[in-house]
Ligand binder design. Sequence first.
Ligand SMILES: C[S@@+](CC[C@H](N)C(=O)[O-])C[C@H]1O[C@@H](n2cnc3c(N)ncnc32)[C@H](O)[C@@H]1O
Length: 346
Amino acid sequence: MEQEHKRRPRYKGTHPRTFQEKYKEHDPENYRSDVEKIIESGKTPAGMHIPILVDEILEVLQIQPGQTGYDATLGYGGHTRRMLAQLQGQGHLYATDVDPIEMEKTRARLASAGFGPELLTIQHRNFADVDQVAPGVLFDFVLADLGVSSMQIDDPARGFTFKQDGPLDLRLDPSSGVTAAERLRQLDQEELENLLAENSDEPYADRIAKAVIQVFRRGGTVDTTRQLYALIEGALSFLPAGERKEAVKKSCQRTFQALRIDVNSEFEVLYAFLEKLPHVLKPGGRAAILTFHSGEDRLVKQAFRQQYREGLYSDIAQEVTRPSPQECRRNPRAHSTKLRWAVRAE
Ligand SMILES: C[S@@+](CC[C@H](N)C(=O)[O-])C[C@H]1O[C@@H](n2cnc3c(N)ncnc32)[C@H](O)[C@@H]1O
């Protein structure tokens, strides 16, 4: 049968601009050299995620052929691939993700690279339920690379970016829970102010909360990412012109992060995962966790220290490991990353 010829998307000008138009970036396996050029220029191609601190993680996990591991946050599968390479075709890796959309794409990509179900089990599951991933199995190594993937951030339809307009969604799993837009409608001014202050230390939480609630009081809506951006811009209009642009950008980043943490119950699920983690590790088993903001890192640090004092871990990271300046240049999204690790007591 004759193969259907797929036309590339049409776009104005010489370069694709919108997320959907970046057809080469959405097909990185077939446009390797173009994609490599984009990465070298310090950008992440629209359809992929660059894994962070890979060598440092592999050094911590000390993976041996024949072992059984768990990647709590599959994402694009960059770390998964590198961990599978260490297993050399022997042993098994379990991987989970709450995002059914990107998870299925990654499953297909890894299967066509030779990593099928005999080596890799992928489940649509929250890592809070780590004890249900492989009941009766203890893991030699576990990795959790928290937060969002670049594919999720860059797709305006998912609502994670305020740079382009899209529905104010922010759910990692769009098949369950309430969107950020719905969540905003449920909160009163004080609750919203507390959410912004507690989840992201937003210094203008009071002004932003007031601006959002005022819109609702006047019968308006805050349903899209650009509507929320415009509200934050308005709320910070009292700032001197010279510092306003940067302050608005930072407040938007923090506000979107605070809402994301809330709609995905990120602190609650991380807490549950950390509580269960030592009990799913083999004696001597090793865990590595990448965090991206101070709230996450604090939870990981406190849990590891507490469990070390209780004798559940024999060793834990005393300090965080951070990406090198070279890694941050190549991948600016690595800037805020911190790695912590722990070893299960024998
Ligand atoms: C930073 S990305 C992981 C990137 C991955 N390490 C790679 O190399 O491509 C984080 C991923 O974790 C997923 N995730 C976030 N919270 C989760 C949770 N509680 N349970 C399972 N997956 C989660 C997100 O949907 C996202 O795909």
